[in-house]
Design a protein around this ligand. Structure first.
Ligand code: ADP
Length: 681
């Protein structure tokens, strides 16, 4: 806005004083100008521009700062009136009535309009006319006519009221919107007037000025009829309304009105007669009758232009949206493409110029043509997959989504197409890798099974032979009792047979036990993958009750308080799921804090298609860096403190994987752990 640019150059605290000074000076000068254009000998003004200036300023200022303009009006009015011989009392009455008028108009407009006034549609123009052109001057005229008419007759008061009302109403009809619209001109607007529009406006205004000079020249006096020349400017004013909207008509009518009033006040033109009071009235009525329909016409034009520009703008945005889309988008009329974005031509590898006019059947693989055409005909509105044809005849899979809509051209269809070859390829690769992974897993399980199984027989041998060695040692010891063996030899052999060898045998025995345990665990784990699951609905309340009663001895020994909520059912293999929850419950008991009373809670809920169970304890907890690690095979965080194999959670993980579920842990060292298990419900 022009005004914002000016405001931006003035320091903040000086803005209102500067604005008030500018208004005050303009008020004074325009008052002087109006007086110079008044009708002699009574100084009757057909227009009173100072009020236009103040009302425009008020409409552009927040109400809390309006008082600045009262300060601007009073001195300016006195300075204009007093030197012209108007009494102080009269001048104060005038400025008072003017204040009433402009503040009433501004207040009414602020009240009836949502936000700042915008003269760009019929509704706002009509509201403006009702508030500023009719109501405000109607009220202020009672006060404005009062003091001058003191001591005069009632008829003279009415004449003064009418003069005041007509001149101020005309002022707000023609002049105020002219000032307001130019002050609010949007200088940033990208679609600002083009050069040709500006030239057109200059030609138009010049034509109006010239014609007015000609029509209202000396000698064309009113002699009982209006010379037809007064209508000469009308076509040009009409042109301004139709072509340039409200700003155009107010600019043209500003020149038109000023010239007509000026010529009439000088006694030229058809409105100049012997009676200034009648002259002014005729002139005002003429201007009212001419300007009102033109302003309404211009409002309608502006409103339509605004609507059209909004449509153009939204069209531009949609075009852009379609152009930047990765999907191909096309509009078809009975199967023939009438519009398409760049991506559409790109996907089908056609030059963009060849796409328009193409029938969609040429873009579909022959075997699917019939079904696709059926979908188009029936207005199918769900996404579907199809096989499409590129220009070179190669096929590609695509996802298609279409919608029918009616337009002036008939029923059209808009279709979006996405090439899904990459997705398809990725799916194929994914499937292949999955199959490979499963095969490898099976192979690994087989190796694990065979090795853990086969390694047990040499272990049994080692165990057998170490018992054999133990037995032989005992025999050797009895042989050493023989007195034939020299004492020196005995002393050498006895420590070997009684200490070193039994010690070594003891280590061998412990290792055998450890190895046996490991092999058994591995064997168990490998067996799990080989067992077929029997999936059925599981009543978890029942299953957990059984597990608890099996663990009752341990629970009593550890003095654990156990709290179980109502649990949702799940689907799974009963044996495995029971093992899963037994392992978690065992751990919850095993890893309780001996320093505080143990509490274990088991709860569950359902989320979409899954049942989620939580086994919570207030035990020693797990530090964050171990949260993933504990599910690894043979992982034991404190092997010396608590007995275990480091296999329980590995089995838990394996079972949830087999059931396509999940398991995760939330824990805080010293506070406890929560194991969440999600299984299909
Ligand atoms: P383990 O036989 O050692 O219990 P698991 O696989 O069951 O083997 O658990 C692995 C490790 O995870 C355990 O050694 C223990 O340190 C930790 N752990 C498992 N459950 C809990 C729990 N409820 N609270 C604290 N630590 C736990």
């Amino acid at each position: 806005m022009i005004l914002d640019e000016i405001r931006g150059r003035i320091p903040h605290n000086l803005r209102m004083p500067v604005a008030a000074s500018v208004v005050s000076i303009s008020y004074f000068l325009s008052g002087k100008l109006a007086l110079s254009l008044s009708f002699q000998p009574d100084y009757i003004s057909a227009l009173w521009p100072p009020n236009s200036i103040v009302l425009s300023a008020l409409l552009l200022t927040p109400p809390r700062r309006w008082f600045w303009y009262v300060l601007a009006m009073v001195p300016a009015e006195l300075a204009a009136d007093l030197p012209s011989g108007i009494s102080l009392q009269m001048a104060l009455a005038f400025v008072g009535a003017d204040c009433i008028e402009v503040f009433t108009a501004a207040f009414l407009l602020k009240t009836v309009c949502d936000g700042p006034l915008q003269l760009n549609n019929i509704k706002n123009v009509v509201l403006y006319a009702l508030c500023a052109v009719i109501t405000a001057p109607f009220i202020s005229a009672f006060f404005g006519a009062l003091v001058p008419a003191l001591g005069e007759t009632e008829t003279e008061y009415i004449i003064r009221w009418r003069l005041w009302f007509m001149s101020d109403a005309l002022t707000h009809l023609v002049l105020t919107p002219f000032i307001f619209l130019w002050l609010t001109l949007d200088t940033d607007k990208k679609n600002a007037r083009t050069l040709s529009r500006t030239v057109e406006m200059i030609v138009l205004v010049s034509a109006i000025v010239i014609i007015c000079f000609f029509a209202f020249r000396r000698g064309t006096k009113f002699i009982g009829y209006l010379p037809s020349l007064v209508y000469a400017p009308l076509p040009f004013l009409l042109w301004a309304s139709a072509r340039a909207g409200l700003r155009g008509i107010f600019t043209s009518s500003f020149f038109f009105t000023v010239i007509v009033i000026w010529r009439a006040s000088r006694g030229y033109g058809p409105f100049a007669t012997e009676s200034p009071v009648n002259d002014v009235l005729h002139l005002q009525v003429f201007l009212f009758l001419v300007m009102s329909p033109l302003i309404l016409l211009a409002a309608a034009v502006t409103e339509r232009e605004k609507g059209e520009s909004a449509v153009r703008e939204s069209e531009k945005r949609f075009r852009l949206l379609a152009d930047v889309a990765f999907d191909g988008i096309a509009i078809t009329n009975r199967g023939v493409i009438v519009e398409a974005n760049d991506a559409f031509a790109r996907i089908f590898e056609y030059p963009p110029s060849e796409i328009i006019g193409l029938h969609v059947s040429k873009l579909v693989a022959p075997e699917l043509r019939h079904s696709v055409m059926e979908k188009i005909k029936s207005g199918y509105e769900k996404p579907y997959e199809s096989l499409c044809l590129k220009k070179d005849g190669s096929e590609f899979p695509a996802e298609v989504y279409g919608r029918n809509f009616s337009s002036d051209e008939g029923d059209l269809r808009i279709t979006a197409i996405r090439d899904i070859s990459h997705r398809r390829n990725a799916e194929i690769i994914h499937k292949r890798l999955n199959a490979e992974l499963n095969a490898k897993n099976k192979e690994l399980e087989q190796v694990l099974y065979v090795t853990s199984h086969d390694l047990r027989s040499p272990l049994v041998n080692i165990e057998g032979f170490s018992s054999e060695v133990e037995f032989s040692l005992k025999e050797l010891l009895s042989v050493l009792d023989n007195n034939d063996i020299p004492q020196a030899t005995k002393e050498k052999i006895i420590p070997v047979v009684t200490q070193h060898m039994p010690e070594s045998l003891n280590y061998i025995h412990k290792s055998i036990l450890k190895m046996d345990m490991l092999l058994k665990s591995l064997l168990n784990l490998s067996r799990m993958g080989r067992i077929e699951l029997t999936i059925e609905d599981i009543d978890m309340n029942e299953m957990i009750a059984t597990i608890i009663s099996d663990s009752q001895f341990k629970l009593n020994a550890s003095k654990v308080h156990i709290d179980i909520s109502d649990l949702p059912q799940c689907r799974g293999d009963k044996v495995h799921i029971s093992q899963l929850f037994s392992n978690l419950l065992d751990n919850a008991i095993k890893y309780l804090d001996p320093e505080k009373p143990g509490v274990i809670r088991i709860s569950g809920n359902t989320e979409r298609d899954n049942s989620i169970y939580c086994i919570e304890d207030n035990g020693i907890g797990i530090s964050p860096e171990h949260k993933e690690k504990i599910f690894e095979i043979f992982c034991q965080l404190e092997p010396d403190r608590v007995a275990g194999e480091g296999l329980g959670l590995t089995i838990v993980q394996r079972i949830v994987d087999m059931h396509k579920g999940t398991v995760r842990v939330e824990s805080e060292p010293g506070k406890g752990s929560k194991f969440f298990v999600s299984l299909p419900s």
